[in-house]
Design a protein around this ligand. Structure first.
Ligand code: CP
Ligand code: NVA
Length: 299
């Protein structure tokens, strides 16, 4: 695997299989078999945006592997007062064994990773959220026994969000069929011409033959000023029971969470037996432990 995980472009299909296997083993053995690969290691968790799942799953994951997690509020760091990313990266590399970062600018995270001598994991930027998609792919694999061209996932709503972009890279990596159901053209250039990835502006058509519906908030962190426009624009792309009637029997519902019932998904779908969002959220812990073990662990 490469030094850093900034987007799913940083991993190969073999890396992905390794992450699946290790994450599944860590999940099975959790609380019974220790996996102390971070003993004596300190992992900095830099957050410039809110988080529930990512922060808690990384802190718990580091602790469970014997390491020390350090939560760092970016607004309280000197980088928030003008210290350069370069100097921050050099200094943190002298103290820590790895950095997990959630912030706004993806280019800023790329710079941090370039300048740091320790591994950097992207825990969400405005453009990508690779850890989320690793958990989603593991969840699909658990439910369907595979993640490849036989699986069709439809992402609904903000087709240019960090989650939608990451779905495109996930489909490129796995060959899974991906339909982005959105009013505006998604960032299809990320697909680099892959024929398994398409855009469909008709939400009903997009639901045909779907195994997994996936959605995300309509107003991502940092885009609050556009709330009014977004609520109107994405309203026709709500995931609801009507879409399930067009999909394959037994279709499931995924959401990265947090969810807004009545906006991007109805309460009926979110709280139905088709919803596997809490298995998906749990898998964040297991895949991130696998990734940290591979990138930051004692070998
Ligand atoms: N899905 C996700 O990243 O959740 P948080 O924003 O709560 O970390
Ligand atoms: N697109 C959302 C994902 C939250 C996990 C956001 O960036 O706010």
């Amino acid at each position: 695997m490469k030094k850093d995980l900034l987007t799913l472009r940083d991993i190969t299909r073999d890396d992905l299989e390794h992450i699946f296997e290790l994450a599944s083993r860590l999940k099975r053995e959790r609380g019974r078999v220790p996996h102390p690969v971070l003993t004596g290691r300190s992992i900095g968790l830099i957050f410039a945006k809110s988080s529930t799942r990512t922060r808690v799953s990384f802190e718990v994951g580091v602790s469970e592997m014997g390491g020390t997690p350090l939560y760092l509020d970016q607004s309280k760091m000197q980088v928030g007062r003008g210290e350069t990313v370069h100097d921050t990266a050099k200094v943190l590399s002298r103290y820590l064994h790895g950095i997990v970062i959630r912030t706004f600018s993806h280019a800023g995270v790329e710079e941090l990773a370039r300048e740091a001598s320790i591994p950097v994991i992207n825990a969400l930027t405005d453009d990508f959220h690779p850890c989320q998609l690793l958990a989603d792919l593991l969840t699909i694999r658990e439910y369907s026994g595979r993640v490849d061209g036989a699986i069709t996932t439809a992402f609904y709503g903000d087709g240019r969000s960090n989650i939608a972009n990451s779905c495109i890279l996930a489909a490129k990596l796995t060959g899974m069929q991906l339909v982005i159901a959105s009013p505006e053209r998604p960032n299809l250039e990320l697909a680099e011409g892959a024929s398994n990835i398409r855009w469909e502006s008709d939400p009903i058509k997009a639901a045909e033959g779907v195994d997994y519906f996936y959605t995300d908030v309509w107003v991502s962190m940092g885009f609050e000023e556009e709330k009014e426009r977004r609520m109107k624009l994405f309203a026709p792309y709500q995931v609801n029971a009507a879409l399930f009637r067009k999909a394959k029997p037994g279709a499931k519902f995924l959401h990265c969470l947090p969810a807004h019932r009545g906006e991007e998904v109805t309460a009926e779908v979110m709280d139905s037996p088709a919803s596997i969002v809490f298995d998906e959220a749990e898998n964040r812990l297991h895949v991130q432990k696998a990734v940290m073990s591979m990138l930051m662990g004692n070998r």
